[in-house]
Design a protein around this ligand. Sequence first.
Ligand SMILES: C[S@@+](CC[C@H](N)C(=O)[O-])C[C@H]1O[C@@H](n2cnc3c(N)ncnc32)[C@H](O)[C@@H]1O
Length: 196
Amino acid sequence: MQKRFSQACENNRLPILTQLKIYLAGKQHLLEIGSGTGQHASYFAPELPHLIWQTSDVPENHPGINAWLAEAHCETLRPPVALCIGQDEWPERLFDAVYSANTAHIMQKEEIRLLMQLVAKHLPSGGVFCQYGPFTEQGQFSSDSNRAFHQQLIAQGYGGYRDIDELKTWVQGQGLTLKEIINMPANNLMLVWVKV
Ligand SMILES: C[S@@+](CC[C@H](N)C(=O)[O-])C[C@H]1O[C@@H](n2cnc3c(N)ncnc32)[C@H](O)[C@@H]1O
């Protein structure tokens, strides 16, 4: 299968990597949820050689992800496991880090709620969840283009933007706390969650 290519991944990878190098320091096993094309994994894993990078996504995306991985020649990069939140069980291995980009506004509300709760349940104490993408803050869109994109997503049947307060509410009392909200290019955010 041909590699699939995302221009957005190409554009955002360096700013994301800069943050991952900070927040994933000392972590050993990372689960990526919704690896998509596989571009992020094949770029990030060789730059973060201290950790094993486990890709995952729905099975139909696996051939494309594997095509990127085959070219990365990276020993710490693992082929995708099937993980569709709401359908599949959380992988049995222990991960002390989770990364997911641009999935919260694609998933249905119940799926992203479940994802947050699964991360809270499975991360060990001190574990970190780096969640990248567009979000609203206190109900506010950060730009008109973000509002328009949200409306387009809803019209197409996707879940649409989630509010940071909503995410926090879903993991309240489950030990997952939002440590940082980092402004990223193109009106995106990196949310850094830590399991206490
Ligand atoms: C917009 S793409 C983002 C892909 C990649 N992370 C990126 O930033 O380019 C959304 C991804 O979420 C995945 N996805 C959608 N629903 C999902 C679910 N319920 N569980 C796991 N992954 C899901 C899709 O298969 C797709 O790969």
